[in-house]
Design a protein around this ligand. Structure first.
Ligand code: DQA
Length: 143
């Protein structure tokens, strides 16, 4: 059975509380529920992890090496700042889909840079929480 890591960066544990006009009213727990249900439908195993700390995300990426078959990754604000996260995704060589709930291409200039994108097989941005499920589909079915 395929194993997917669903990785979320800073402030995503505050979904439903933080800027609902941008990120929607659903909680992080609701997102985890959607992911688990979809994993059952796809017949895959998922590990879901969130951290507000850059190093903890790097640790989790390294722990995925040789264990996970794919990664759905919303690095949140670290998307726009972290070479360490880019290097970690490059190092482990696991197909990784970059996900953003909001459409970052239509937001502030500082969100136009994504360091991690260079190491990702696909980017899904602006599809809300559904983007996570689309990323899972892509990693499992290739579409
Ligand atoms: C985000 C977009 C980032 O710019 C922001 O820092 C986030 C969330 C998104 O899911 O739309 O925290 O990754």
């Amino acid at each position: 059975m395929k194993k997917l890591l669903i990785l979320n960066g800073p402030n995503l544990n505050f979904l439903g509380i933080r800027e609902p006009s941008i990120y929607g009213g659903n909680s992080y727990e609701a997102l985890c529920g959607m992911i688990r249900t979809h994993a059952e439908e796809l017949g895959v195993e998922v590990k879901i992890f969130q951290s507000n700390h850059e190093g903890a995300l790097v640790d989790e990426l390294q722990a995925a090496y040789g264990v996970m078959d794919g990664i759905v990754f919303n690095p949140a604000a670290y998307t726009h700042t972290s070479v360490a996260i880019l290097d970690a995704v490059k190092a482990i060589g696991i197909p990784t889909v970059e996900v953003h709930i909001s459409d970052v291409s239509k937001r502030e200039d500082f969100r136009q840079i994504s360091y991690v994108r260079a190491a990702c097989v696909k980017t899904i941005s602006g599809h809300g929480l559904n983007g996570y499920l689309e990323a899972m589909d892509y990693l499992v079915k290739g579409v």
